[in-house]
Design a protein around this ligand. Structure first.
Ligand SMILES: CCCCCCCCCCCCCCCC(=O)SCCNC(=O)CCNC(=O)[C@H](O)C(C)(C)COP(=O)(O)O
Ligand SMILES: Nc1ncnc2c1ncn2[C@@H]1O[C@H](COP(=O)(O)O)[C@@H](OP(=O)(O)O)[C@H]1O
Length: 321
């Protein structure tokens, strides 16, 4: 395997996420606007410390701040289809970055692409199982039901319908166990621990894209000092004949490559901003922290564990290496 000219990001960079949640949550308590928003919906700051009815508690249809509205344009067209943006940004890395594009080392290039796609498939599977489907309702929805939550008004309706119910029992269960189906049926998803899907997806997507972009960027970026240059070329020569070619090293001025990187960092930047907004305006503390924990666990398995566990590194690879 090749050695990057720059080291991959230290795990400590992941602290940006808990800090974002902490600052956002504190702001939501301190800010008069956020406090007013809570007060108008009957939630006290201390109430936000306990698991409860997630975002629905303190968000009205027309709150004071634009970002506190569920129908704000960034939520509807960016977060709600966030994995599509993540997929597009990741695909742009595969298409534009020299580490994946250069034809000089066919074997190395194929291995890098395969391992990058494997990391994407792993992250996508976790996202899918957590938020979309887990042999029926997603894990987040199942967790909510297991911790005592239910689809309130619809539950009553189903009980009253009795044998006349036109839906099959499995369709009724689906309605009771999935947040989306519950809300679509006019019910209230209430009572349990509702892991924040927004926090989970935004942390996973932004960390995934950042590690991938920095990994491939580290290889393509030219060294800054003469000493660096000498060191880098010695490392490459001595460690692996399959290291990047001069073409790959000098490709940083390629406009297509810069455009793709802008897309990736644009998605990461907006993703971070929406995470901050979720931290301020939505969910309880516990629900935000549980979303964060699941996302960071996935990031750990994908990018930190391979640094110490060689057999896993051989399978999943390291971005750009
Ligand atoms: C047993 C092994 C099973 C393995 C399962 C593998 C599953 C593979 C699925 C393949 C899907 C690939 C999709 C790739 C292309 C796309 O991304 S299209 C999807 C576009 N949709 C989204 O991006 C939706 C993103 N939104 C959400 O996840 C949620 O809305 C939310 C942000 C988590 C918020 O949740 P709410 O309930 O809406 O508040
Ligand atoms: N940053 C944000 N901007 C707008 N709405 C947000 C948001 N973060 C969370 N929400 C909303 O809060 C609810 C719970 O989010 P989640 O559990 O995914 O974190 C969702 O409502 P809806 O499901 O009614 O759209 C979601 O749209």
């Amino acid at each position: 395997m090749t050695s990057p000219t720059r080291k991959p990001p230290a795990p400590v960079v992941l602290l940006v996420y808990p800090i974002t949640l902490l600052v956002g949550s504190l702001f939501s308590i301190i800010s008069p606007t956020a406090r007013a928003s809570r007060a108008s919906s009957g939630t006290s700051p201390s109430g936000a410390l306990a698991p409860s009815l997630a975002a629905d508690l303190h968000i009205s249809e027309s709150p004071v701040n634009y970002f506190a509205r569920k129908n704000n344009i960034f939520n509807v067209y960016f977060v709600k289809i966030g994995w599509l943006w993540t997929t597009l940004a990741f695909a742009s890395l595969l298409i534009c970055q020299p580490a994946y594009r250069s034809s000089s080392q066919q074997q190395t290039r194929s291995r890098r692409i395969l391992q990058a796609v494997l990391r994407y498939a792993f992250a996508t599977s976790v996202w899918y199982l957590m938020t979309q489907w887990f042999f029926g309702p997603a894990i987040i929805d199942r967790g909510f039901v297991v911790t005592g939550g239910k689809c309130e008004q619809v539950m009553d309706k189903v009980e009253n319908l009795g044998p006349q119910a036109s839906e099959s029992p499995s369709a009724q269960l689906e309605t009771l166990f999935s947040a989306a189906a519950c809300k679509a049926a006019g019910g209230a998803w209430a009572g349990g621990h509702d892991i924040s899907g927004h926090v989970f997806m935004l942390v996973l997507a932004t960390a995934f894209l950042s590690f991938e972009a920095i990994g491939v960027g580290a290889f393509a970026a030219p060294s800054t000092t003469p000493q660096d240059k000498g060191e880098a070329s010695r490392t490459r020569k001595s460690s692996d004949p399959a290291s990047l070619s001069v073409d790959e090293q000098s490709d940083s001025s390629d406009p297509l490559r810069r455009l793709c990187l802008r897309l990736v960092w644009g998605v990461v930047g907006l993703g971070w901003w929406m995470l901050f907004m979720t931290a301020i305006w939505f969910h309880t503390w516990l629900e935000k922290w549980s979303g964060l924990a699941v996302a960071l666990g996935t990031v750990y398995v994908l990018y930190i564990l391979p640094r110490t566990l060689a057999p896993w590194r051989d399978v999943i690879g390291v971005p750009g290496v």
